[in-house]
Design a protein around this ligand. Structure first.
Ligand code: ZN
Length: 488
């Protein structure tokens, strides 16, 4: 039996004991089997699993009571640099897994090799309610600020992010020297926020960072090549260098996807994790960049607890690389106004949250249409050629709009009134319920009838009835297949 097999069999038996069958953790509760005593000091005897562990190739690891990352390694090739860590789940109901980052650029492994894994695993560990140990070298600054990050996130989400103990036995002795005259990167998805931050920092920015595995699913095969081609064109046009990163981090640590510890019904990635994911990428690249710009999701006036936030993002800085949350002073309308002056931005803008293959901008989702309405106000919609569908006012009139997006529509309404665009103003008033539309009301009544029919068919429990009933309904009568998407 190989060492790996020994480990796996031990894991399997421990996992079985730990979970005691089908029981799961409740949000806000740990397993109660932490190796730390009540006073959070280390208990002398490690678990039998740990006593028998052999480190692979002398590499050390990040470990968490619920999840152990046994080894972290990196390899640098001419075109691609790979960083990965093997994770052993002691208490999670899942086998071992690896978290991978592949950077399309030759990148030297950072001295503070543990920083990125600390960023990647801190919030999942808090969610699991389990302590985190990072035995790879960690920068002194991040060691301190990890506690601040915990305090901040716990204050925002006391019900599902627990305070935990983070142990970092190998803290780098001195503060890391800041990169002098280092390159400056901006996270670039091609959306309004990214374009705004890129254009306003155009002189300073040297690199664009585009990630597959965050918004674009890691398994995507069709949209990603199109995004890479487009971003390469943008980089050439603006004289920047594109660095693409592919990772399966979100696949492993986003409990909203039901793939890490207990499932979580809300948007964990958006609410808590995506800023930490970007920080992990930036920390892996800390030898390359002195500053990494994180485009703001929300305007200062509308700040709320969110995974990327002006207070939070800066805390991921480790002394060598600084994270700058950029662009929170501008509303979304102001950002679109600023990019309306760039032909490159108009040609390549990508706002669509839909990841349907081949659809760069579907042109029919709420976010696409809201952006197109704003571009129309500024008279540049015809130059924005990246939308698949023309703006259809009659279709927009029937579009559901989530209430939390109303402030964004009110900005559009104010601009439409100021510009004398009566048809846009009328449409927006209908969308936010300021103006009655019999057509819209009738549409939602029919949709509701369809939803009731669907519910009744399910309750009756006769799939044949349900199928035949629902299939006879016109498509527009059937219940909408998802909530209005969007965000700032
Ligand atoms: Zn869309």
């Amino acid at each position: 039996m190989t060492d790996r097999e020994v480990r796996s069999s031990r894991d399997a038996s421990e996992v079985k004991r730990a979970w005691g069958g089908s029981g799961g953790l409740k949000p806000g509760k740990g397993t109660g089997r932490s190796p730390l005593g009540p006073d959070k000091t280390r208990v002398a005897e490690p678990s039998p699993w740990r006593q028998n562990k052999r480190w692979l190739g002398g590499l050390e690891f990040v470990s968490m009571e619920a999840v152990l990352v046994e080894s972290a390694s990196s390899s640098v090739g001419a075109d691609v640099s790979r960083f990965e860590a093997e994770v052993h789940a002691e208490t999670a109901r899942r086998p071992d897994f690896r978290i991978r980052f592949a950077v399309r650029s030759p990148v030297a492994a950072p001295a503070a090799a543990g920083d990125a894994w600390l960023a990647a695993l801190l919030l999942p560990a808090m969610f699991a309610g389990e302590d985190l140990e990072v035995r790879l070298p960690v920068s002194a600054r991040l060691t301190r600020t990890a506690n601040e990050i915990q305090a901040l996130m716990h204050s925002w989400y006391p019900d599902f992010l627990n305070r935990i103990t983070v142990r970092t036995p190998r803290v780098l002795p001195r503060a890391l020297p800041p990169q002098e005259r280092g390159a400056v990167a901006v996270f670039f998805s091609g959306g309004v926020d990214s374009w705004y931050s890129l254009l306003r920092n155009r002189e300073e920015v040297t690199h664009l960072l585009t990630v597959k595995g965050f918004d674009v699913p890691s398994a995507d095969q069709e949209l990603w090549p199109e995004i890479v081609r487009t971003h390469e064109r943008i980089a050439v046009e603006l004289g920047k260098t594109l660095v693409t990163i592919e990772t399966d981090l979100r696949d492993h640590v986003d409990p909203s996807h039901g793939c890490f510890q207990k499932p979580f019904a809300a948007d964990f990635w958006g609410k808590a994790m995506h800023g930490a994911g970007m920080a992990a990428v930036g920390l892996l690249l800390q030898h390359q960049f002195s500053r990494v710009i994180v485009p703001a999701s929300w305007q200062y006036a509308r700040l709320q607890p969110w995974g990327s936030h002006p207070v939070l993002d800066a805390l991921w800085s480790n002394g060598q690389v600084e994270f700058w949350h950029d662009g929170a002073e501008a509303s979304r309308l102001e950002k679109i106004r600023s990019l309306a002056g760039s032909q490159t931005a108009l040609r390549h803008l990508r706002v669509c949250p839909s990841d349907r293959p081949g659809r760069y901008n579907c042109g029919v989702c709420e976010k696409c249409r809201r952006t197109m309405l704003t571009l129309r106000l500024f008279g540049v919609l015809d130059q924005a050629r990246s939308f698949d569908q023309p703006l259809d006012f009659r279709a927009v009139e029937l579009m559901p709009v989530a209430r939390y997006l109303y402030p964004l529509y009110r900005e559009i309404l104010a601009e439409a009134r100021a510009r004398g665009e009566a048809d846009v103003a009328r449409l927006v008033r209908i969308l936010i319920g300021d103006k009655f539309s019999a057509r819209r009301r009738w549409h939602f009544c029919r949709q509701r009838a369809g939803a009731l029919a669907d519910r009744a068919a399910r309750k009756i429990g006769l799939p044949r009835w349900k199928r035949s009933l629902l299939k006879r309904l016109p498509a527009r009568w059937r219940p909408a297949s998802g909530k209005a998407d969007g965000g700032g």
